[in-house]
Unconditional design. Structure first.
Length: 125
């Protein structure tokens, strides 16, 4: 990337990841629209008695419905992913706090044992 003055700066990994995610989302959406159109056309082809206007209406409605169902499924998956992310984050935080408490306790016990040993050695002299 070029910044004012012509200097190059390294790409920001977060910006790169976000850009790739946006591109992936766009490509998936476009593929979904194409697939919906193909299915809608195949459905309308099975109804040869439709007039041209009726056929176009059936194709449009079928494709719109297919896209809406796909969007709802994606939103459901995204919602569940957010829920799981929250659950896993909470669990990770709990485990991290538990581990920190155990390490603090181990450090305190070690310090106590060393202090007691030093005191006993000092009294033995």
């Amino acid at each position: 990337m070029t910044v004012p003055g012509g200097a190059q700066r390294p790409p920001n990994p977060r910006e790169t990841a976000a850009g790739l995610a946006d591109l992936q989302g766009y490509l998936m959406a476009q593929a979904t629209v194409r697939e919906a159109q193909v299915r809608a056309t195949a459905f309308a082809d099975a109804l040869p008695w439709l007039t041209t206007a009726e056929r176009e209406d059936v194709v449009r409605r079928y494709a719109d419905d297919d896209i809406a169902r796909t969007r709802a499924a994606w939103q459901s998956v995204a919602h569940r992913a957010d829920e799981l992310r929250g659950e896993y984050t909470d669990r990770y935080d709990q485990l991290r706090r538990r581990l920190l408490r155990r390490h603090a306790l181990a450090l305190l016990l070690t310090a106590t044992v060393l202090l007691a040993a030093g005191t006993l050695l000092g009294l033995a002299r």
